[in-house]
Design a binder for this molecule. Sequence first.
Ligand SMILES: [Zn+2]
Length: 318
Amino acid sequence: MQAKIKVIYITGYGRSGSTLLNMLLDIHPQAIGVGEILHLSDYYLRNEPCSCGKEVNNCTVWGSLKKSGAHPEKITIPSFSKYWSLYFVKNIFKYLFKLPLSPELEHNAYENKLLFEALLKIFPGKKVIIDSSKNISRLLLLQKSNFFDVKVIHLVRDGKAVLFSRRRPIRAKIERNRRKLMLGNNRTSFNLVSRWVMLNLFISIISSTFNSYKRVRYEDICDELEKSLNNIFHFAGLKQIHEIQSKISQLNSHLVGGNQMRFNEIREVKYDSEYLEELNLSDRIVFNIIGGPLNKFYGYHLNSKLQLERSIDFHRHF
Ligand SMILES: [Zn+2]
């Protein structure tokens, strides 16, 4: 039987630091960080930038992958987007009761297998793919398929920091395209916190069906970078690495999708306590009522002023 493809799958609620974690894990010489590969087919269509600075069609990794004629097996780029809601509504029962995948989803899993195999061929010596798509439907598909050995990282972050980040309109500039995006979020804090609770609870509940599951706090990664990353490497069956701090600035990643910070070079991981002061009182109250118990379960204090949160100090490298 063919060996399964090892995948570190980062899941969790948006703005919990998954792009950063993917970039940091990419430091490992045996791992390939790919970012939110879930929407890869759309990135090709829109020719979106890769974290290396080039558009995906011109990137040395994604561009060459697309020229699939170069590979012995024909690769079609899997489009998972159209399946995800279908999977969740119809196939969650199949997942839980261990029923077979539909032929359509089985085929999608096979396309992902070919894609990952092609990636591994581009990087001889690499043996683990880090996928930070976060999407639970995709996670369940990879789990259910026999092609993958999935190591699930459930990334959590102080819910107040997540709420603050989601509520704050961010003006992000994609330099390469010379266009500006408004990534504001019009959802109410009640809606956001409810989603944060439901998604994290769902992952925690369903995690008992996973072969390999590890919950990781974003703040712990910032606090003890080398120890936290090595814990994850150990969990994924990878060797330990040292002097991680010095390796961070030498990153040359090829992440697609996710947070705009992937275009920046990480210099240092340090505190950013802005949300402690800036999260307004009504958001704070709504959060503590709905999300407080789960936040406490994850080890965060009710009084967020006791908490310090880190952010990334970076500068652009192109
Ligand atoms: Zn690239």
